[in-house]
Design a protein around this ligand. Sequence first.
Ligand SMILES: Cc1cc2nc3c(=O)[nH]c(=O)nc-3n(C[C@H](O)[C@H](O)[C@H](O)COP(=O)(O)OP(=O)(O)OC[C@H]3O[C@@H](n4cnc5c(N)ncnc54)[C@H](O)[C@@H]3O)c2cc1C
Length: 408
Amino acid sequence: MQQAEREGQAFTHDIAIVGGGLVGASLGCALSPLIERYGWRVAIIESAALPKNAQEVSWQPSFDGRASAIAEGSAQRFSQLGVWEEMRKEAAPIKRIHISERGRLGAARLSASELGVEALGHVIPNAWMGRVLHQKLQQLAIEWYCPAKVDQLTPKAKGHHLVLSNGSELTAPLTILADGGRSGLKEQLGISSRHYSYEQAALIAHVGVSQPHQGVAYERFTAQGPIALLPLPGQAMELVWTHGSGTEQARLALSDREFLHQLQAAFGDRVGRFTHVGQRLSYPLSLVTAEEPVRPGLAVLGNAAHALHPVAGQGFNLALRSVMDLVEALERGAQSQRALGDMETLLAFEQCRAQDRANVIRFSDGLVRLFGYSLPLLSHARAAGLVSLNLIGPLRRGLARRAMGLER
Ligand SMILES: Cc1cc2nc3c(=O)[nH]c(=O)nc-3n(C[C@H](O)[C@H](O)[C@H](O)COP(=O)(O)OP(=O)(O)OC[C@H]3O[C@@H](n4cnc5c(N)ncnc54)[C@H](O)[C@@H]3O)c2cc1C
């Protein structure tokens, strides 16, 4: 990865990736074999400065204080990118998943051993994923514009023209929009999005627990919103506590002691006592989907294409499958002598993504809606669903394979 230092100049690339977050950085790594084979000039433009050393906190939204549940399928994909050996050094395996509803008897359990796999997934701090991906990018022939923001993105006869905040200008026959969807570039291009606000926010924090978690990930649906607890290395867990928007400031402002008390009351004592809580962060939750994921010379990936509710921990896992499929489509396009940015290649990519994306959105959104209602009948049906899910092996195994990213 070379830092393009000349400011205010014009450059030509084959592929311009806007955003070096989880998705843009993964795409850069995934393109490596094609860069070698076809000599493509690839650039990543990232607006947030990278940390200068391992101790410094990243200000990139992808690599903040969160940890993510990475499905087994994604671990396999990271392995293909040559980053898994490093990633796994800070990863905690998910050995079992326990889904329950507070005040109801029903519970569903999924375990790695019954599926004959070592882990159902892995929990990895986002900051660590960022460090590993960026270390890998350093070894590749990719040009890196950072910190530099893409201010303007304009379609040309063949590709797009990009104007950066440092005055540089770039052109590329293929541009990948991996900017997380909040920079206004989609709107600049006239790509509209469907937006549904859940009127909820997710509060994230590392919490200490008094009992060893034994690799169990918990999803507990409570009257105050779903609580997910994911295993971290040691006796710590990542808390994702969803609640109605408007209450986040109050929860962020609680003293640690009062916060732990409320969490204990809502979650119960399955992991013993909550002993301490780290920095608390809050994220507003919406379902956002871009109406046009591809256009001539352009593909939209990651959160820019689909931002999901994190209840099922699927957003990045879905995006990583798109990254791999895009690279495969580009490879086939190159073999068929099609130019980069050609619509036939991009449509083939979109066709193979549509079903998986629709399934994951339906699954995540359905879960939020199913557990979001407190009608008594629905509540019994949910409990019955959780009990029967436990009894019906194939259904449970199907769910587990989907959650593991091994099935689409
Ligand atoms: C609370 C929460 C928990 C989650 N947990 C999970 C989980 O457990 N498992 C999972 O699979 N997914 C999870 N997700 C989803 C996951 O975080 C996202 O899918 C992922 O962050 C998307 O990455 P991205 O690179 O598309 O976007 P982002 O993370 O938003 O990164 C975009 C990058 O683009 C840069 N950028 C923006 N605008 C510009 C511009 N104009 N020019 C240049 N650069 C720009 C930004 O600085 C940033 O680095 C969770 C999400 C939330 C909110």
